[in-house]
Write a protein that binds this ligand. Structure first.
Ligand code: LLP
Length: 426
């Protein structure tokens, strides 16, 4: 459930009509709901109840400081994949001791900064990364807490670009090699094994791949135990899907409850802290992208609704053929209904937000693209020299501007002209 609904024909975010935000901030503009974010986060913590746990929100899904700050205040940890995300978490008041660091290409300077601020754990994705981390920690006189990200080779049944737990993917250490890498980790002087980690993909709509992955991790834990290697936590990654259209993914509560139940059969599980790294299931349906119709362009084979948001603002439809609902924000005025491809201003045929949508709209009307709180702004770019949109967080009847719209001069900030050159003198 989220807090975007119609009241008397107008779409609201919590108690704020989205028309008001468009008037005040302009479009395109992302709008997030504080209550929805909090509700989705709490669904995890409530399901895990008394079992030791830490919910490490995946910063990549939506890294706005206001989102991170809100989650930090609710007690969240964070899953990061770069030093940039680490600095965002720190800037938002997040606790470094609740940060786990994922990603296949961690650089030395990133490792050093994470060790300096004292993160909870490095999710190590390969043997050479483990060796590099040991060397960096040794140089700094630190011991790096590590978890190995294993690749359990389960099919997440999701889009190939966001499936990460198969042998063919670049992520994690193959489960068959994990024992040997754990033995190496246990022997290295500057790392300390504290966990076991996996992340099998994103937008999963079934429980079974998660349960299969858990079973494989538990088998590995047995074998580690036999070799005297004990871990403190099990990190099951993120990946829980959300309803974009007619998907029926398990709710976070049901997902966490099912995993806890499976885990409870494992001896000693009550001492094993569970970590999750949800991104989408917390943020996606807590946000919409507001955009205005510039032109209606009827055609022989298709009608186009040309809007002021494009693939640079929201790339999911172009990149993954993702379907996200598109709604008219103000339905009070009479309009003819037609079927439109909702397309943006970018000079690419792939620049669409939705295809064949039945809408009752006129030029100048506002549309809301739903489920845009995750992997929306976070994946936005300046392609076609388009300033990135503003971001607003609604909280009851308040609308806070949490990122101003980029200005034109932001587009070339940091660039410079070449010095004068006589070869070009005319
Ligand atoms: N942990 C790790 C190590 C990850 O790689 C990811 C996502 C997550 C957690 C969070 O997964 P989530 O709970 O959000 O599914 N841009 C794509 C999604 C890419 C996901 C990448 N990894 C999209 O818009 O669908």
């Amino acid at each position: 459930m989220d807090h975007f609904e119609y009241r008397d024909g107008v779409l609201y975010g919590e108690d704020v009509p989205l028309t008001r935000i468009a008037d005040e901030v302009g479009t395109p503009c992302y709008v997030y709901s504080r209550a929805t974010l909090a509700r989705h986060f709490r669904a995890y913590t409530e399901a895990l109840g008394g079992h030791p746990h830490l919910i490490c929100y995946a910063v990549k899904a939506n890294s706005n400081l206001a989102v991170l700050g809100l989650l930090a205040r609710l007690g969240a940890g964070f899953d990061i994949v770069s030093v940039g995300e680490l600095e965002r978490v720190l800037a938002a008041g997040g606790d470094p001791a609740r940060v786990v660091f994922s990603g296949v290409a961690k650089q030395e300077a990133e490792m050093a900064r994470a060790l300096e601020v004292g993160i909870k754990c490095f999710n190590v994705e390969s043997r050479p990364e483990l060796e590099r981390l040991d060397a960096v920690a040794g140089r700094l006189g630190k011991v790096a807490p590590v978890s190995l990200r294993v690749n359990p080779d389960v099919d997440a049944g999701t889009h190939p670009y966001i499936s990460t737990g198969l042998k063919d993917n670049k992520f994690g250490i193959p489960v068959d090699e994990a024992l040997a890498v754990y033995e190496l980790a246990a022997a290295l002087p500057n790392v300390r094994v504290i966990g076991l980690d996996c992340h099998i993909g994103s937008q999963l709509t079934e429980l079974s791949p998660f349960l299969d992955a858990l079973d494989r991790l538990l088998l590995l834990l047995e074998r580690l135990r036999e070799r005297g290697i004990e871990v403190e936590h099990l990190d099951l990654g993120g990946g829980l899907g959300v309803p974009y259209r007619d998907e029926r993914p398990p709710a976070p509560f049901d997902y966490a409850t099912a995993l806890l139940e499976r885990l409870s059969k494992w001896p000693g599980s009550e001492r094993l802290t569970l970590l999750f790294e949800p991104g989408r299931s917390i943020a996606a349906n807590a946000g919409v992208l507001l955009t205005r119709v510039e032109y209606l362009k009827p055609g022989e084979t298709r009608n186009f609704a040309i809007v002021d948001a494009g693939m640079n603002d929201l790339i999911r439809p172009a990149l993954y053929q993702a379907w996200q609902a598109i709604l008219a924000v103000d339905t009070r005025k009479p309009r003819d209904t037609a079927t439109y491809d909702v397309v943006g201003p970018v000079c690419e045929t792939g620049d669409f937000l939705g295809k064949e949508r039945v809408l009752a709209i006129a030029a100048g009307d506002l549309l809301a693209v739903r489920s845009a709180g995750a992997y929306g702004f976070a994946m936005a770019s300046n392609y076609n020299s388009r300033p990135r949109p503003a971001e607003v967080m609604v909280d009851g009847d308040h609308a806070h501007l949490v990122r101003r719209r980029e200005r034109l001069e932001d587009l070339w900030a940091g660039e410079s002209l070449l010095p004068d050159d006589e070869r070009e003198a005319r």
